[in-house]
Write a protein that binds this ligand. Sequence first.
Ligand SMILES: *Cc1c(COP(=O)(O)O)cnc(C)c1O
Length: 227
Amino acid sequence: MSISSNLAEILDKINTAAEKTGRSPDRIRLVAVSKTKPATMIEDALAAGQSLFGENYVQEFAAKAKEIRSTVEWHFIGHLQTNKVKYIAGLTAMIHSVDRLSLAEEINRQWAKIGEICEILIQVNVSGEATKSGTTYKEAINLVKEVSLLKNLRICGLMTMPPFFDDPDGARPYFSGLRILSKEIESLNIPNVSMKELSMGMSGDFEVAIEEGATLVRVGSAIFGGR
Ligand SMILES: *Cc1c(COP(=O)(O)O)cnc(C)c1O
C-alpha cells in the first residue's frame, strides 16, 4: 500500500465514523504521526494533500523540520523533557503532551523569548496506569487552572493515550472519560482556557475515538507502515 492510498482510506474511515455519530467531519483533523520515518515519506504524504504532522522526539523533529521546506503544521505529541523545550520553540504549532506545571512554565518561558503564543493540550492519564505519562484525572483541573495563568500559552483542550486493547472498543471508556472531563473543565469558564480540542485515537482505535468526540486523531503506522 502507498502512503497516498493509506491516507485516502483513513480519511474515508474518519468520515464514516463521524457520520455514524452525526458529527461533522470538518471538526476532525488527522495528525499524521511521522516519528522514526524519513523526511521523504513526509514529502510523499504532503504530495497527497496531508499537511499536519505529529512528531515525538526532539532531536529528530528539529532535524526534519529544518529539512522540509514546504508549509507544514507540526504538532509535538511525545513525552517532553523540560531541558529540551528550547530546541522546539517556534517549530511547533501545538504541544499535545503537557502533563506538569514545570513543563508548562518552561514552554511559556521559551515562547515568551520569541514573542509567540504556544497552543497546548493537557495530557491526562485517564486509566491511571503507572507506566503512562499524563496528569491524573483528579489533578487535571488544578493543573489547567495553574497553566491558564501563563501568558504565552493557550490551553486548547485535552489529550490522552488509553491502555492497549486488542479490541478497540476496550478504549472507549477512556475516550468518553476524557470527553466528560473536558466538559467539566469547560463549565468552569476559566479565562484563557478553551476545550475545543480532544486529541485521542491512534491507528488501532481512531474510529472509536471519533465516536467519542475526538477532534485530533494521531495516526502513524496505518499511514507510514510499522515502526
Ligand atoms: C506513536 C504515537 C501515535 C501513533 O501511533 P500508531 O499506533 O502508529 O498510529 C499516536 N500518539 C502518540 C502519542 C504516539 O507516540
